[in-house]
Design a protein around this ligand. Structure first.
Ligand code: IVH
Length: 664
């Protein structure tokens, strides 16, 4: 047999064994034989670089190359589900459906609600071409390289699969693997993850995929999206997906009445502890796809599905101390430190107390036994005190009147829950918090400067406010302990690159209280440049979309401070973007033309190709229709798209032809 054929056979064989082991939980060969065959394949592939296949089972080990995540737009938005918390609300959902389908019989598919992180997997020609996180539902991160290391996710599909299919599901970290991972992290002095959900999400965002390969991740799929099959039922599409090699939960159950649904809920509320992974509720889906279509969506959720969240778990523990953290805008956050307790599968030591009002309601006393609850949110909270166990002479705990760090008297504005430290100009955690916020991904995106580096730069007196990042020199950074040339170069480059970050993000980055991402965008658009904003009147601010009294006052007080004005002035001088820029097109070649792309390409990734077309004025469409001018055809393109394009007389062009058209 020639090498090419042998490589092909080995790849198929090893894919099959991975499937038996990780999806079916039923290996049929020994680990030794698996390793032996894997070695043979690795060896053959190294002799034949021309036969490289990104989806070969050898690629699951990951790579040491650090990567940045490219953002990708989901073909169809990834919505979330509405939540219910009681049997009454489940019944309301059921009745709503019954009414909407007007007496037709219907079934509800009950599924476990996996407590992980959602994922979209796109397959073309049976090959995994893209894995993306949910992100904001419209745009997510391309995490394909990390996802490829998850053994229960097929890289190549089996059987009669559609040419184009997107599967959605949940990546989870089973509890045993999570505990082991956290123990390892504690052993080497790294902070443990708060829960398996965070650990799963964090693992997908690792920059180094060979590290991701070490993380014990798994994946259940629960949603099939393809135009090529005419399924009548959701359950049917899952059955098929199972045949293509996906791991579908064995615990889905089709229910024919509200009673059956309630039984399923009660059963799993009890049994969930016996699963090797966390679930945080149950998902109900109308099984009939025609009915799903009729029910449709609200802006945020499908109307044909809903989730039920299990009640939060509670535990008791002894309060040791209340400490107070100072946030970047000066807000004082009280934190309860307790004797470690086990809660919902993790060890809990700290809980948020939110603010002075909540502390007062709880009427905490020293040494109290507190009742801690962990719901959907990551941070546990204290919901009550066991008064029977309070010591007779215990002192009440009162909120401080001065800042725990700088000693300034605390301020509380009318109508606000939080106390804050007004000493913006020299209170350390506020200063450092502002630096950290400034470099954050959604702000200036200087990812070579992390939290620790920002703190170090501040403590060493090198960067006292955000404008001083732009004065940093290569030599300044080399002085710092543990910083070598490459790190220093990366930092300088990151700072330099940030000068191209658009105005609206600069506005968000400077950290005006209450001016979040969305508001910053609205303000940037309304005022056009920073000078107009600095001179804005309250009326002008109030007439801006999304801006009310609180935000308007905050913007005014920010620019009333001469220190802030001076800092903004410096940022301007350093060349940051302080005005809105019209997006310039590279050329107008494609203005008025609509494109669909399909398959995989050699010179560009699909997203790069889309960006290229858009930068020359073209419009991207998700499916071929009479409005399509060009179909850019790649390898393994879906036959349905090709057929439709031919029928509609759409111009079918190759990647090379497209590049020629724009003369790149
Ligand atoms: S269906 C349009 N099914 O829960 C329907 N979601 O807010 C999409 N989840 O973001 C979701 N288990 O990450 C569905 N069996 C399941 C699920 C599930 C977990 C997650 C998913 C989604 C969130 C709902």
């Amino acid at each position: 047999m020639n090498d090419e054929q042998r490589i092909k056979d080995l790849r198929e064989f090893l894919d099959k064994q991975n499937y038996n082991y990780y999806v079916l939980n039923a290996p049929i060969i020994s680990d030794q034989e698996f390793d032996f065959k894997m070695h043979e394949l690795l060896e053959l592939e190294s002799r034949h670089p021309e036969l490289f296949d990104p989806n070969s089972p050898t690629q699951r080990v990951g790579s040491d190359i650090n990567m940045e995540f490219v953002q990708v737009r989901h073909e169809r938005p990834m919505l979330s589900l509405g939540n219910t918390y009681s049997k009454e609300e489940i019944s309301d959902f059921y009745q709503r459906i019954a009414k909407a389908v007007d007496g037709r019989p219907f079934d509800i598919m009950c599924e476990l609600k996996f407590d992980g992180t959602s994922i979209s997997l796109v397959y073309e020609g049976g090959k995994l071409v893209r894995a993306a996180t949910r992100g904001n539902g419209t745009i997510g991160d391309d995490v394909t390289r990390n996802v490829k290391t998850i053994k229960s996710i097929p890289l190549s599909l089996q059987g009669d699969y559609p040419a184009q299919v997107e599967m959605r599901g949940e990546i989870i970290m089973p509890r045993a693997g999570f505990e082991a991972l956290n123990q390892q992290r504690i052993d080497i002095g790294e902070a443990p993850f708060a829960n398996p959900r965070n650990a799963a999400a964090g693992s997908l965002k690792l920059q180094n995929s060979s590290q991701a390969a070490q993380r014990p991740l798994d994946c259940f799929l629960y949603y099939t999206l393809t135009d090529e099959r005419e399924y009548q039922l959701h359950s049917e599409s899952l059955e098929d997906a199972k045949k293509w090699g996906f791991k579908i939960s064995p615990h889905c159950r089709l229910c024919h009445s509200l009673n059956e649904i309630n039984e399923f809920v009660d059963e799993w509320d009890k049994k969930r502890e016996t699963l090797p992974y966390d679930i945080d509720g149950i998902v109900f889906k109308v099984n009939d796809l025609q009915m799903q279509y009729e029910l449709g969506f609200t802006a945020k959720n499908p109307r044909w599905a809903i989730s039920y969240k299990f009640k939060a778990e509670q535990a008791h523990s002894k309060l040791l101390e209340v400490t107070y953290q100072v946030g970047r805008t000066g807000t004082i956050n009280p934190v309860a430190n307790m004797e470690p307790m086990s809660l919902a599968g993790t060890i809990v030591r700290r809980a948020t107390l939110h603010n002075a009002d909540i502390m007062q309601q709880l009427d905490l006393h020293e040494g109290d036994t507190v009742i801690v609850e962990k719901g959907g949110e990551i941070i546990p909270k204290i919901v009550g005190v066991d008064l029977d166990l309070r010591q007779a002479n215990a002192q009440a705990i009162t909120f401080p009147t001065t800042c725990p760090v700088c000693g300034s008297p605390l301020v509380r504005e009318q109508g606000e829950a939080a106390y804050y430290c007004p000493n913006q100009s020299s209170c350390q955690p506020q200063k450092v918090g502002k630096l950290i916020h400034f470099v954050a991904r959604k702000a200036m995106n200087i990812d070579s400067i992390g939290e620790e580096t920002a703190e170090l730069l501040y403590d060493k007196g090198l960067v006292k406010d955000v404008s001083e990042f732009y004065k940093l020199t290569f030599g300044d950074i080399l002085q710092l302990d543990g910083f070598k040339e490459t790190a220093a170069q990366n930092i300088i480059k990151g700072i330099e690159d940030s000068k191209n970050v658009p105005f609206e993000r600069v506005l968000f980055a400077i950290g005006i209280r209450f001016v979040g991402e969305v508001v910053a965008k609205k303000i940037a658009l309304a005022f056009g440049n920073i000078d107009n904003l600095m001179n804005a009147t309250k009326e002008q601010l109030l007439s801006t979309d999304e801006v009310g009294e609180k935000i308007a006052d905050s913007v005014l007080s920010y620019f009333a401070d001469p220190n802030n004005r001076e800092m903004v002035e410096k940022l301007k001088q350093h060349g940051l973007q302080t005005e809105i820029k019209e997006k310039e097109l590279a050329s107008e070649t494609f203005v008025g033309k609509s494109f669909v792309i399909s398959g995989t390409f050699t010179n560009y990734s699909r997203d790069e190709l889309k960006a290229l077309i858009e930068s020359h004025g073209g419009k991207m469409l998700s499916g071929v229709s009479a409005k399509t001018d060009y179909l850019v055809a790649g390898e393994n393109m879906g036959p349905a798209k090709l057929e439709k394009a031919t029928k509609l007389n759409v111009n079918i062009i190759s990647e090379e032809q497209l590049i020629q058209m724009i003369g790149e």
